[in-house]
Design a protein around this ligand. Structure first.
Ligand SMILES: *Cc1c(COP(=O)(O)O)cnc(C)c1O
Ligand SMILES: [Zn+2]
Length: 407
């Protein structure tokens, strides 16, 4: 472990040593971590010995001293061959990447884990995040494990479950009047003023390195090959961009042959700035002032990595589509009732979009498709309770069951 790492500006290519600077001093572009890919010798065998969590990929993560790793056993989640659901939506080769089973029940345990570990490596005295819901719990859980004070900035109106869960880990939760973008701006100012390691702002360079492990895992779980198509739910666009970086790195180190995978973006109608730009062939993102979707974890009107995610979708020959609240709920039910997986609305967005694209003939039945399910349904029950039947109330005797039980 501990190979060569540097930072590189995503816009102008200027290189920097590893530090907690997160933008280029020449052009203000975001910085990405680069590794000496020639040093990395991955093959199937070395992974037999490695931990069954995201730290199995440590040689392509930015932490240089393993003692700084803050581990809550996130990652290495199941890639499930979803034949029941595949049959239902018309796909013969269909997989669900089930990131609902992470320790805090969403994929955010990946980026938060790397972000907080880097905060420890840099010796920062406090950490935090701006959150649409899931990052709050993930950051607070890692902060608790690391013993660091934590400041979580959230918008008003998040799901009760997400706030309750995050509060349980003991952070300072600051509810900012307004939407996510307002919370994000205040968190950025606090990061500068108080030198807080805010994982998705001034530690964002490292945060996204955690997200890319989703890509490594998909490839490893498909015996070091890539699927034909991945459907990604998009909020800030960081996950989509990071997933592509992960696939590109696997090609660079030579463990996969060819990178011929389509990457498509899924958003909720009412907050789909990326989809709008894609469909209208724009080269910029037009911010949504008042995001309105039950997929609150994706409700980012001004996506920080939006333009980069848009470029990646085009580079990877992908698509972008949105779904209504009704379609989101329908997809949540379909996933639960065919595969036994209960997703939050973000997963309803990715599955709903996939279903729509297959129905429109834009994805063919033979494509090997992976759909990302990134958060657990227990985090957002308000989205579904009113839409599901009530329990059947009976008197406590057998006769009462006669009209109900099907023989
Ligand atoms: C944050 C989040 C996403 C989207 O991630 P971005 O990197 O912001 O695009 C998707 N699904 C869930 C459940 C999330 O919490
Ligand atoms: Zn630059």
């Amino acid at each position: 472990m501990g190979g060569t790492r540097i930072l590189q500006c995503r816009e102008c290519g200027k290189e920097y040593p590893i530090s907690n600077n997160y933008f280029c001093e020449d052009c203000f572009g975001p910085l990405d971590v680069l590794y000496n890919y020639d040093e990395i010798k991955w093959n199937q065998n070395i992974f037999k010995e490695r931990p069954k969590n995201l730290w199995r990929y440590l040689d392509l993560l930015p932490i240089s001293n393993p003692k700084h790793i803050v581990n809550i056993e996130a990652g290495f989640t199941p890639l499930i061959k979803a034949d029941n659901l595949g049959k239902e939506i018309g796909l013969k080769n269909f997989y669900i990447k089930n990131d609902t089973v992470n320790p805090t029940f969403s994929f955010k345990d990946r980026p938060a884990g790397v972000g907080i570990s880097m905060a420890v490596e840099f010796g920062l005295k406090s950490v935090g995040c701006a959150s649409t819901g899931n990052l709050a719990a993930a950051t607070a859980a890692y902060a608790a494990k690391a013993g660091l004070p934590c400041y979580v900035f959230i918008p008003q109106g998040l799901e009760n479950e997400k706030v309750a869960q995050a509060l349980a880990y003991g952070p300072h939760i600051i509810e900012v009047e307004g939407n996510y973008d307002a919370a994000n701006r205040l968190a950025a100012q606090a990061a500068d003023t108080y030198n807080i390691g805010v994982v998705n702002i001034n530690l964002r360079t490292y945060y996204v390195e955690g997200s890319k492990t989703l890509g490594y895992e998909i490839a490893e779980q498909l015996n070091w090959s890539l699927p034909d198509h991945v459907i990604v739910p998009v909020g800030s666009g960081a996950l989509l961009h990071a997933l592509c970086k992960g696939f590109e790195e696997l090609e660079l180190i030579g463990i996969i042959d060819k990178r011929e995978v389509k990457i498509s973006a899924a958003q909720g109608h009412g907050c789909a700035p990326l989809v709008e730009s894609f469909k209208n062939n724009l080269n910029k993102i037009i911010p949504i002032e008042h995001p309105k979707t039950i997929a609150k974890s994706l409700a980012i009107g001004e996506p920080g990595d939006g333009i980069y995610a848009l470029r990646k979708i085009r580079e990877y020959n992908g698509l972008a589509e949105d779904v209504t609240n009704e379609e989101i709920v329908e997809a949540i039910r379909l996933l639960a009732q065919t595969e036994g997986i209960f997703s939050e609305p973000a997963g309803g967005v990715s599955l709903g979009v996939l279903k729509k694209l297959v129905e429109a003939g834009k994805i063919s039945p033979d494509e090997k498709v992976v759909c990302l399910i990134t958060g657990c349904g227990l985090k957002a029950t308000e989205a579904v309770v009113g839409q599901l039947p009530n329990p059947i109330l009976v008197e406590p005797n057998l006769e009462a069951l006669a009209p109900i039980i099907q023989m």
